[in-house]
Design a binder for this molecule. Structure first.
Ligand code: G6P
Length: 615
């Protein structure tokens, strides 16, 4: 979490860093700061709050500018969000400044040692410890900044992406990474540094992604030197040409990124299956699946690891894989999996799902699975991300950049990729007939149009949102394929409106949640025609007799639920395994409108971050 931006070159660093930080605010936004060097003076300005607050403060505090600088937007780990704990942090001499994304786990021991040597700390952060450790190494070993950073990092336990500037060597910035992403934009006589490429896309499309345990010394008008932190060996910089566009990461006329991303889903789903699903020839072609078909077919089971919304996509996939391809599936929270000594064998296929491709727990679960000999397949959105690189093979969801912290199009495109894989394996295993396969492909291709249709209920959903925006609790119920959708609907509401919500399998309601139902409790019930419809209708009857308020997500033309529910929201009819791609849409819109009506910051909900690179 936390966003890092840096610039060294002939331009003014300030606007590049500020605009870059705004694009990285999805990574954390409880405080922000900047350090600028104008050729003689090093100035630091930082504040609790968002990048706009930093801009306002900067306007008052810093008049001169400079063409070297580093900036940071924070998601607090050590130390509450306040001005003092914000980055950048100075070393005691005032010569060094650092910005950091990650956690230094042994910071307390290092801090105590530095205090013994006379160092004084102003903040509660692990980052201030690191910058002083670098300073101490520099002094003790009488080395330049790059070497001092390297020696210091070899004493550090934890995760980091850092950028360090030393005003006594003002022509360079030193950066390093372990566990947190860092990219270098390579321009003509200028370099950009950022947690992802979005801050420098308008200046250059050439990027170098630092690998774990690598550091780079970025010098003005010189080549970049990349080294391995551990053994000091030189690494050849690999410059990639990025395909991403700037307008892909802008709001495009929508009030919020989240709404834009909800509306992008027909296009995102199409992009995800394009080139993979060929209805005319009745084939699904995914090279990473074909290349590893033997491993998939020999698998005793598939273990899915993920966090948050991606975990919900994994749950949907469990139903799809088991139903279509008849392969046993277990879905695990990556954070639990990695710490419970799981039984993993070489006959397991592990699928890691992650929008960002940077989630620390998912990454650690992958490393664990690999160490036990399992074949690990990644489903990521961010191209070139750590998870995409760490897995043996994988398939990208081509959702495009997702900026809203609450995940929307990443979820539906993850389900799309996983459905394609399941269908391909089903065909290879012969667990689906060729006529059913054709039928499924035909229906798949109709999904984007049907998502568009589901989006037409937007205004109607807004009215429902207005009725329930002030309640304190919500319940979401679904069965089968739509049970994970109920979980996801509840998560969306919690994340952005801060209303307590729970998702439950509809039939489990009577084992607990039913006690909560009274005339104040809205219950969203996914009751589409396929999938235990009659049973769900009975559950609705049970809610009705306890005076709960029913919002039914139903198939177009539904009569039975309409007769019972307080409100219905229709989605087009489809095959059961594809229904989550449609039923999710009204739930995303419902949470969006409730949050907007409550005046919440939809794109940057409190305490959350888009990419969680700490445990
Ligand atoms: C954070 C985000 C969620 C996301 C989860 C997993 O909590 O706020 O939206 O689902 O991380 O992220 P990933 O990038 O691995 O899918």
């Amino acid at each position: 979490m936390c966003g890092i931006v840096g610039y060294i070159g002939p331009r003014e660093a300030y606007p590049i860093i500020i605009e870059g930080l705004k694009r990285l605010e999805y990574r954390g936004y409880d405080s922000a700061g900047i350090a600028l060097f104008d050729g003689s003076e090093l100035k630091v300005c930082k504040t609790k709050g968002k990048v706009v607050d930093l801009e306002a403060k900067l306007y008052k505090e810093i008049s001169s500018n400079g063409s070297i600088g580093i900036g940071h937007t924070r998601w607090a780990t050590h130390g509450v969000p306040n001005d003092v704990n914000s980055h950048p942090h100075y070393s005691n001499s005032g010569n060094l400044v650092i910005i950091h994304n990650g956690i230094i786990e042994n910071y307390d021991a290092l801090r105590k040692e530095l205090i013994k040597r006379g160092y004084v700390f102003k903040s509660d952060t692990d980052t201030e410890v690191l910058v002083n450790l670098i300073e101490e190494v520099k002094k003790q070993e009488d080395v330049k900044l790059g070497k001092a950073v390297q020696i210091a990092l070899n004493q550090v336990v934890g995760a980091y992406a850092i950028a360090v500037f030393d005003k006594t060597q003002p022509n360079e910035i030193v950066i390093a990474r372990l566990g947190s992403p860092l990219a270098i934009g390579v321009g003509k006589d200028e370099f950009f540094i950022a947690s992802d490429a979005s801050p420098f896309l308008e200046y250059t499309k050439n990027a170098i992604y630092l690998e774990d345990e690598e550091m780079a010394i970025i010098r003005l008008n010189k080549d970049i030197k990349i080294r391995k932190i551990k053994d000091d060996s030189l690494v050849d910089p690999y410059v990639q040409a990025l395909k991403m566009n700037l307008d892909q990461i802008e709001k495009g006329g929508f009030e919020h990124f989240m709404l834009k991303e909800i509306y992008e889903q027909p296009r995102a789903i199409t992009d995800t299956y394009r080139g993979r699903l060929n209805r005319e020839e009745a084939i699904i072609k995914m090279s990473s699946v074909e290349d590893n078909m033997k491993k998939f077919l020999a698998a005793d089971r598939i273990i899915i690891v993920a966090c948050g919304t991606s975990w919900h996509a994994g749950l949907v996939a469990e139903y799809i894989f088991e139903d279509l391809a008849r392969i046993p599936v277990e879905v695990e929270y990556a954070s639990e999996f990695r710490y419970r000594n799981p039984i993993i064998t070489e006959k397991d296929v592990v699928i890691a799902i992650s929008q960002s491709g940077e989630t620390a727990d998912t990454l650690a679960a992958i490393k664990l699975a690999k160490s036990k000999g399992a074949f690990v397949f990644g489903v990521c959105n961010v191209v070139g991300s750590s998870i995409a690189r760490e897995t043996h093979a994988g398939a990208y969801t081509h959702a495009g950049p997702e900026i809203g912290v609450a995940s929307t199009k990443a979820f539906t495109t993850q389900i799309t990729v996983l459905s394609l894989i399941a269908l391909r394996l089903a065909r290879a295993k012969g667990t689906i007939s060729s006529s059913d396969f054709r039928q499924h492909l035909l229906e798949f291709e109709m999904i984007p149009k049907k998502v568009e249709k589901a989006l037409e209920a937007d205004e109607h959903i807004k009215k429902i949102a207005n009725i329930y925006k002030d309640v304190h609790n919500f319940l979401y119920l679904g069965r089968g394929y739509n049970f994970p959708v109920a979980l996801e609907g509840a998560l969306k509401l919690k994340e952005i409106s801060y209303i307590h919500a729970e998702g439950y399998p509809a039939a489990e309601m009577k084992h607990g949640p039913i006690a909560l139902i009274d005339e104040n409790m809205p219950i969203v019930v996914i009751a589409t025609k396929k999938g235990h419809y009659e049973k769900v209708v009975s559950n609705i009857q049970e809610i009705k007799s306890r005076k709960g308020k029913i919002i039914g997500i139903v198939t177009e033309g539904d009569v039975d639920v309409r007769a019972l529910a307080d409100h219905v929201i229709e989605v087009p009819e489809t095959l059961e395994f594809l229904s989550p791609l449609l039923t999710t849409i009204p739930l995303q819109l419902l949470s969006y409108h409730i949050a907007v009506l409550l005046g919440k910051n939809v794109d940057q909900p409190r305490n959350l971050a888009k990419s969680v690179t700490v445990e």
